[in-house]
Write a protein that binds this ligand. Structure first.
Ligand SMILES: Cc1cc2nc3c(=O)[nH]c(=O)nc-3n(C[C@H](O)[C@H](O)[C@H](O)COP(=O)(O)O)c2cc1C
Length: 310
């Protein structure tokens, strides 16, 4: 049997397929559809210090080969998350990676990471520095909107959080940049154990009869197969530059699309929008990867990473 296990920082995963932040609820929602224990890891919806209602509706719509969303980080806040959601996530079985963020205060990342550092049920922390509207003027060198659009702001934030936690630290980056490598190198240089690539691409859609945007917040994040070629290119570019593992995501819907990411340089993959279309996608992909490894007589999934022939 091929070896599907991979290491992401200190975290050992029994297989390299996880489910992405914001697309898997708090796992409970999927327990009637799949055997949750089969997943490599579960990434929680991003949590903030205070509870957030999120953005006004409509917050999602379909897009060609994908969807737009502007949920606006709706979540119950860290204390309610730890009390009510984390025990449910932990019961599912796989390692729980908690995604954290802040709307306007980089120090909140530190506070969140410190709180989670003491909790055994938390396997790793993912820094969502790719969500919109974070003000970080004291950290930035450019007039950018997101921390992960600015290498110095990325470096400063990851460095601060690194000091606050012993847990495996994953930094999730935005594709809405000119050069993904400079941001990837900044996160690595500041001590991130891994990178998650990519968050959504900013987009919009218009109802021409109403002459209104289809999303109340006007712009939104594009996800699904539409973004896969961009995601793949960014994983491949980052893989040439960094030595830390990359968790690849963006439009993975089946085994073939997951395999593309390994060949481009990912050590693990994450399934997002596909969960809404086919709740069984993640488990089907795990089985499919196993079959591919057997077919090609490969010892383990590690033998695939960066295996692209040019
Ligand atoms: C409805 C929805 C909500 C999301 N919420 C979050 C979130 O809270 N935090 C985060 O880091 N990413 C969030 N994402 C981004 C996904 O985790 C993922 O990075 C992105 O959708 C690309 O992967 P995909 O094409 O497989 O969906 C969200 C995506 C969708 C579609």
């Amino acid at each position: 049997m091929p070896n599907l296990s991979v290491k992401v920082g200190k975290l050992k995963l029994r297989n390299p397929v996880m489910v992405s932040s914001g697309t898997f609820g708090y796992a409970e929602e999927f327990k009637d559809f799949i055997d949750l224990r089969k997943l490599g890891a579960i990434v929680s919806k991003t949590v903030t210090v205070s509870p957030r209602r999120g953005n006004p509706s409509p917050r999602t719509c379909e897009a060609p080969a994908g969807m737009l969303n502007s949920i606006g980080l709706e979540n119950p806040g860290i204390d309610a998350f730890i009390e009510k959601k984390l025990p449910v996530l932990a019961k599912a079985g796989p390692p729980v990676i908690v995604s954290i963020s802040s709307i306007d205060d980089p120090d909140e990342f530190v506070l969140l990471a410190r709180k989670l550092d003491k909790i055994k049920a938390v396997a790793a922390v993912e820094l969502n520095i790719s969500c919109p509207n974070i003000k970080h003027t004291q950290h930035t060198t450019q007039n950018s909107q997101l921390i992960s659009q600015d290498p110095r702001a990325t470096y400063n934030l990851v460095k601060k959080v690194r000091k606050a936690t012993q847990k495996t630290l994953i930094t999730k980056l935005t594709p809405n940049v000119t050069d993904i490598c400079e941001i990837a190198l900044a996160a690595e240089g500041a001590g991130s154990d891994a990178l998650a690539l990519i968050n959504t691409l900013t987009g919009m859609s218009i109802d021409v009869d109403a002459r209104r945007p289809r999303i109340a917040a006007v712009t939104a994040g594009l996800s699904g197969p539409a973004i896969r070629p961009v995601a793949l290119r960014m994983v491949w570019e980052a893989y040439q530059k960094v030595n830390i593992p990359i968790i690849g995501m963006g439009g993975i819907i089946d085994t073939a699309s997951a395999l593309e990411f390994f060949l481009a340089g990912a050590s693990a993959v994450s399934i997002g929008t596909a969960n809404f279309i086919n709740p069984g996608a993640s488990v089907e992909i795990i089985d499919g990867i196993k079959r591919y490894l057997i077919r090609d007589k490969l010892k383990g999934v590690k033998n695939l990473t960066g295996g692209l022939k040019i």
